[in-house]
Design a binder for this molecule. Structure first.
Ligand code: FMN
Ligand code: SF4
Ligand code: SF4
Length: 253
């Protein structure tokens, strides 16, 4: 069984490609109860997640801690746009022990960060390289290679993962800067439906952010079909990304 968390489709696509190759299932972890699954020695137990500030998202750690891997073959795959830090090792220490972990470089989905890592060109380059990288991981999963943590961790990964996730959680997860440009919004309700934190409620036809904090997954801001959602001044004029938008331009086989 492969569980995934995905705001803009990268991790979902990776999870589904791995599941198909292993003859297994990919499941959206936000839609299931982790305590309802049991595993045995023959099973794979995989988790696929995006890296948030050099660690797994809080929602992923919370879900995964409640799984009971028993003696399944455990692995994690993180998708990332720049570097992972020690996200995989951190997962292994804080959720459940991994037998292996891998990273897949994918397009950036964070239009409110100080640095934008991707352009249209690098987005397409990454997407074109992704199937081969995932297939390399699949081959290593099929032979059940162990004790591998293979990702682009960047410089000082221990320091990044030790210090930055708490800064993210304490200072950057506020919903207050979100707002909707009402002249653009078509009241489709997609942002409310997509939000994994139940932080959005359509009120009088428009989204309202009803929780003080959220996961900052960027599903709402990236996937709004008319780009009506902004986050303070950070997101103005910046690209929006979700995988399906680029599928016609890349030949995923
Ligand atoms: C809140 C947030 C924090 C992020 N932090 C990192 C990071 O520390 N390192 C990195 O390489 N990419 C980072 N990213 C980029 C995502 O990990 C990357 O685009 C990922 O593939 C998105 O996956 P998804 O489409 O499955 O949601 C961050 C994205 C968000 C929204
Ligand atoms: S997804 Fe966009 S258009 Fe649809 S309700 Fe939300 S803000 Fe409005
Ligand atoms: S409000 Fe937007 S960014 Fe925050 S968790 Fe919901 S969808 Fe993700």
């Amino acid at each position: 069984m492969i569980f995934y968390f995905s705001a803009t489709g990268n991790s979902e696509w990776v999870a589904k490609r791995i599941a198909e190759a292993l003859g297994d299932k990919a499941v959206d972890m936000m839609k299931v109860n982790p305590e309802s699954f049991t595993f045995c020695k023959e099973d794979y137990l995989g988790v696929v997640f995006p890296v948030y500030w050099y660690a797994a998202p809080e929602a992923v750690l919370g879900f995964s801690k409640k799984l009971n891997p028993n003696n399944a073959f455990t692995f994690a795959v993180c998708t990332f746009s720049n570097v992972t830090g020690n996200a995989l090792e951190h997962f292994s220490e804080n959720a459940f022990k991994l037998k292996s972990g891998y990273g897949v470089s994918m397009p950036d989905n964070y239009p409110i960060s100080e640095v934008i890592y991707d352009t249209e060109e690098t987005t397409l380059t990454k997407l074109k390289a992704a199937p081969a990288r995932v297939d390399e991981i699949i081959a290593r999963l099929k032979t059940k290679d162990r004790d591998i943590f293979d990702a682009d961790k960047g410089e000082n990964p221990e320091e990044l993962t030790a210090s930055m996730p708490s800064v993210f959680k304490d200072d950057h997860c506020y919903t207050k800067p979100f707002y909707v440009e009402k002249d653009l919004c078509i009241s489709c309700g997609m942002c409310e439906t997509l939000c994994p934190a139940d932080a959005i409620l359509i009120t009088d036809g428009y989204p309202a952010w009803v929780k003080e904090k959220c996961y900052q997954c960027m599903a709402c801001i990236n996937r709004c079909p008319v780009e009506a959602i902004q986050y303070g001044e950070y997101s103005k004029g910046r690209y929006r990304y979700y995988l399906e938008k680029y599928l016609p331009k890349v030949n995923f086989n």
